[in-house]
Design a binder for this molecule. Structure first.
Ligand code: PLP
Length: 442
């Protein structure tokens, strides 16, 4: 992508901060997407966040739809979470011993998420997925896993497999440093394609431990499951005796308090949680049916551990977050739905006015306007998503940034709406979007 010039010199301090950071960190960042390479811009360095907004080092303010890639469903520095954190910090930041705070949060998760009877805390979504896969293999005594192209389950070796297009192809590592011998046990199928899953199970069924899927694919934009897809996966897994693993790191507590599994009424055997569950702290979890989870050490032989797992700060933040989400009979979900619906309608109108074709998907407070080639084009899987116009997204992104709206610096990320996004934030976003769609269509 060719860099587009920022509209003003309002990023001077960010540019200097990035130059300094690049000397001591790869790309100057702690996670690659933050370097803005996919949109041809210099990254913005953030100093603070409050409610729906973030402020950069040059003093510019932005309405934020990155929301830390999902955790911040109550917005930045939510008072409930911040005060719980401050209290917890005064009592010590890590013990390496059991605390009651872990049980409190675990009980809330077990109550909320249908597929979770027993849960183990870890520190990242990557760890959750890695551990859940190890458990599926340990409990089944089988080696292979099925994964959908374009679904992301973190950067653990066996799940870091390139998005091949053909159904049921054997996995090829998508990064140097991952041995083929690890990914050869990862079978790829397109998202939303039950025939491909059946074919994979028929061919390799006797040695498949788990079918892993994001129930709403949130790492290729936002691609909802087709009608009957998740139930179809449940039925196929039952037929072939394979564990169904829902990676709800992004969707858990976001699209519904009980996750996508509650929303769509399909209960998996294993579940990964992250992001919202930790209230913005490094925290994730995996859980599932009791009989499977009892195979985790020390109840069982499947080894998995962590110095900072169940960290008291993360437990406090997660508990405060879940309490806020459950308050007033889960009222925040209706609020999020209303806000996101207004945003969706406004984006559709703005794109139409600008003559910029989009295919907009949304489930609750996750959404994505795909920049399709032509009106009527749709996105149901990774091949569809990658066929969209990333050049138009780059132009859209740059204009939004210059107009004070922070989006993810890559086309295939969901937008996240929080309870802090109020009318003013939405109308500022839509005013910017009218200009940005025009820039994208030009
Ligand atoms: N699984 C899903 C569905 C995710 O969206 C992500 C991160 O975006 C992960 C796993 C990895 O989580 P983490 O970045 O915390 O390792």
């Amino acid at each position: 992508i060719a860099p587009s010039a920022p509209s003003t010199d309002r990023y001077t301090k960010s540019a200097a901060a990035h130059a300094r950071a690049r000397k001591v960190m790869p790309g100057g960042v702690s996670s690659p997407v933050r370097a803005y390479k996919a949109v041809g811009r210099e990254p913005v360095t953030v100093v603070s966040g409050q409610g729906a907004c973030v402020t950069d080092i040059d003093g510019n303010e932005y309405v934020d739809y990155v929301c830390s890639y999902g955790p911040l469903i109550l917005g930045h520095a939510a008072p409930e979470v911040s005060s719980a954190l401050a209290k917890a910090a005064q009592k010590g930041t890590s013990f390496g011993m059991p605390t009651e705070a872990e049980t409190v949060l675990a009980e809330k998760i077990v109550d909320a998420v249908p597929g979770v009877e027993v849960v183990r805390f870890v520190n990242s979504g990557t760890e959750a997925a890695m551990s859940a896969i190890r458990l599926a293999r340990a409990a089944s005594g089988k080696n292979n896993i099925i994964k959908c192209t374009g679904c992301y389950h973190g950067h653990t070796d066996s799940l870091l497999v390139s998005a091949g297009s053909a159904a049921t192809t054997l996995g090829v590592p998508s990064s140097p440093g991952v041995p083929q011998s690890v990914t050869e046990h990862t079978l790829l199928v397109p998202f939303n394609d039950l025939d491909a899953v059946r074919a994979a199970m028929q061919e390799h069924g006797s040695d498949i431990a788990a079918m892993a899927v994001e129930p709403i694919a949130g790492n290729m934009g936002c691609v909802p499951p087709a009608e009957g897809y998740l139930q179809g996966l449940r039925d196929l897994c039952d037929e072939f005796g394979i564990y169904l693993l829902f990676d709800e790191v992004m969707t858990g507590f976001r699209v519904d308090y009980g996750g996508a599994q509650k929303l769509y009424g399909v209960t998996p055997d294993l579940v990964c949680l992250g992001k919202v569950v930790g209230g913005g702290l490094p925290c994730a979890a995996y859980g599932g049916k009791e009989e499977v989870m009892r195979q985790v050490a020390p109840d069982g032989a499947m080894y998995q551990a962590g110095t900072l797992s169940g960290n008291p700060l993360a437990m406090a933040a997660g508990t405060a977050m879940l309490d806020s989400l459950a308050a007033d009979d889960f009222a925040v979900y209706a609020q999020l739905e209303a806000t996101a619906a207004t945003l969706e309608a406004g984006l559709r109108e703005a794109a139409a006015e600008a003559g910029c074709p989009i295919y907009l998907t949304r489930v609750g407070s996750m959404l994505c306007p795909f920049f399709v080639d032509a009106e009527g084009d749709e996105v149901h899987n990774y091949a569809d998503a990658t066929a969209t116009r990333t050049d138009r997204y780059a132009a859209f992104f740059g204009t939004m940034l210059d107009e004070g709206v922070m989006l993810a610096p890559a086309a295939f990320e969901a937008w996240f709406v929080s309870t802090a996004h109020d009318e003013q934030a939405i109308s500022q976003t839509l005013a910017a979007a009218r200009k940005a769609f025009a820039a994208a269509a030009a």
